[in-house]
Design a protein around this ligand. Structure first.
Ligand SMILES: Cc1cc2nc3c(=O)[nH]c(=O)nc-3n(C[C@H](O)[C@H](O)[C@H](O)COP(=O)(O)O)c2cc1C
Length: 317
C-alpha cells in the first residue's frame, strides 16, 4: 500500500508518485527527465542559459523515451528566454517550472496553451505573489538543496509557505529518501522535489566524476559560493569552490561582474562539472543530501523506494 496525496496538478498529469525531478541546468537532460516521467514521477528538463535549438533537442530526447508529461525548467535571467518559451509552446510541453526570477509576464500565455506553471520560491512573500498571479503550484525550496539557494531551511520554509497559500506546495531541498519525503508531507507538502538524488542515478548523464563525487561526499562536504556576490549556490567542496570562496572575499571591493561574466561563471562552471567532470574549474552543484547517497540507482527504483518508505512511515505514525 502506498499513501496517495491530493494534488490536482499531479492528478492532471497522471503521475504515479508525487515526486518531481527538479530541473537542473546541464544535468537535467531529456534522457533523465524522460526516464523519470516514464517511471511515474515528473521529470523536468533544465535549460539554464541554453539556446532554443538545444532546448528543442532535449525535449525531443525526452519524448523519444516517454509519452507521459514532463516539464521544462526555464531560467528567467537567460537572454534566450523568449525563444525558449516559443519552443516549449510549439513542442507541446505540459509543465513549465521556473527558477531564479519572476515568471509573471508569461503565466497567462502559458496557461492559454494549457501549460501548468510551477515556480520555485525561496520565501513566503514570493509564494504569495505567485499565487496571486495564478500559478498552479509552488516549489518551496530550502537552502539544503544543490544549485542556487535562498536562506531558509526546508524545515522552516515548507510549513510557512503551506500556511500562506492555498495552492499545492511541493517541498524541495534535503530530500533523498522516504524519511525526508514523509517529513515533507508532515510539514504540509503535497509533493516532493529531488535534485541531487537523481544526479546519482543510472539514467543521469552527468560526468562519471560528478556521480562519483556525490557518492563519495560526506555530510559536511558542500559549501556555498556566491555569498558575497549575491548569487548563492551550493556546490561540493573542491579545490575550485574553496578557491572561489577565498577569491570572493578578496574581490569584494572590486566592481560587481557584468552579465556576461556572471553567465560565463555560472553557466560555464556548471558545464565544466557536468559535461567535462573537471574538478579544477567545474562547479559541482549538489545538496547536503550528498552525504546520504551511497550508490547509483535506476530512477524507477529511486521513485519506488522513496515513496514506499514514505508511505510505510506515514501509515505507521
Ligand atoms: C546540478 C544542479 C543544477 C540545478 N539547476 C537548477 C536550475 O537550473 N533551475 C532550478 O530551478 N533549480 C535548479 N536546481 C535545483 C533543483 O531543481 C532542486 O530543486 C534541488 O536540487 C532540490 O534539492 P536537493 O538537491 O537537496 O534534492 C539545480 C540543482 C542541482 C543539483
Amino acid at each position: 500500500m502506498t499513501v496517495k496525496l491530493t494534488n490536482p496538478i499531479f492528478e492532471k498529469l497522471g503521475m504515479r508518485y508525487p515526486i518531481v525531478q527538479g530541473g537542473m541546468a546541464w544535468a537535467g537532460t531529456g534522457k533523465l527527465a524522460g526516464s523519470v516521467s516514464e517511471a511515474g514521477g515528473l521529470g523536468i528538463i533544465g535549460t539554464g542559459y541554453w539556446h532554443a535549438d538545444q532546448v528543442r533537442k532535449e525535449i525531443r530526447r525526452a519524448r523519444a523515451i516517454t509519452d507521459r508529461p514532463f516539464g521544462v525548467n526555464v531560467m528567467l535571467m537567460s537572454r534566450h528566454i523568449r525563444e525558449v518559451f516559443d519552443v516549449v509552446i510549439e513542442e507541446g510541453v505540459q509543465v513549465v517550472a521556473t527558477g531564479a526570477g519572476d515568471p509573471s509576464p508569461f503565466i497567462d500565455e502559458l496557461h492559454a496553451h494549457g501549460i501548468s506553471v510551477i515556480p520555485v520560491v525561496p520565501s513566503v512573500g514570493l509564494a504569495r505573489m505567485m499565487e496571486k498571479k495564478g500559478v498552479d503550484a509552488v516549489v518551496a525550496e530550502g537552502m539544503e538543496s544543490g544549485g542556487h539557494i535562498g536562506s531558509l531551511s526546508t524545515m522552516t520554509i515548507v510549513p510557512q509557505v503551506v500556511g500562506a497559500v492555498d495552492i499545492p506546495v511541493i517541498a524541495a531541498g534535503g530530500i533523498a529518501d522516504g524519511r525526508g519525503a514523509a517529513a515533507a508531507v508532515m510539514l504540509g507538502a503535497s509533493g516532493i522535489q529531488m535534485g541531487t538524488r537523481f544526479l546519482a542515478s543510472e539514467e543521469s548523464e552527468v560526468h562519471e566524476n560528478f556521480k562519483r563525487a556525490v557518492i563519495k561526499a560526506k555530510d559536511i562536504d558542500t559549501v556555498v559560493t556566491g555569498e558575497l556576490l549575491g548569487s548563492r549556490a551550493r556546490v561540493l567542496k573542491t579545490k575550485m569552490s574553496k578557491n572561489y570562496i577565498k577569491q570572493e572575499r578578496f574581490e569584494i571591493t572590486k566592481p560587481k561582474p557584468d552579465a556576461d561574466a556572471v553567465e560565463e561563471l555560472e553557466n560555464g562552471s556548471l558545464r565544466r562539472a557536468v559535461v567535462d567532470g573537471n574538478k579544477e574549474t567545474g562547479a559541482f552543484m549538489a545538496g547536503q543530501v550528498s552525504g546520504m547517497i551511497t550508490e547509483l540507482k535506476p530512477v524507477a527504483q529511486i521513485l519506488e523506494e522513496t515513496w514506499q518508505e514514505a508511505s510505510d512511515l506515514l501509515e505507521k505514525y
